[in-house]
Design a protein around this ligand. Sequence first.
Ligand SMILES: [Zn+2]
Length: 171
Amino acid sequence: MDALVIPLDGWAAGERNFRSHAGLEFFQTFDNTEILDADVDVEVKVVKAGARRLTADLHLRGTVTVPCDRCLEPLTLPVEANPRFSVRFDAVEGDLSEDGREILPVGVTDKELDLRQAVYDYLCLSLPIQRVHPEGGCNPDTVRFLGHGQENEEAAESSPFAALKGLFDAN
Ligand SMILES: [Zn+2]
């Protein structure tokens, strides 16, 4: 993942493009055990306007495999994100720059721009909250074993109303 650690000095103003790939080992370096597999292409365009003025535009695209919430079998999800950063040497993280880019702070003495955390964060953020196979795609055996079937979900949903109904009836 060296292409995601970009030297800040030693190159003239201009545009540079980097390509990288985030596989399973990338997620493992962040101690993420939730990701079962990953195949994500990372394109980085860094524009240097001055010694201390840079922007980094990323394009992340590929697939990430996680356990299905319902049956625990592997579920491969498409991921895509286009985070855009303005590199600042004196800024606070989370601010937005004038051109709508997210501000990415670096230390005044930093020699390189490490984009690995940003790539990791955006890949995790691009995953949906609910991760389940499309209808009928789950492994019926594990669903039955885990008790996460459709019938059970419906029963759980209806129970609070059933309880309320009982309360009103009593009054
Ligand atoms: Zn499933």
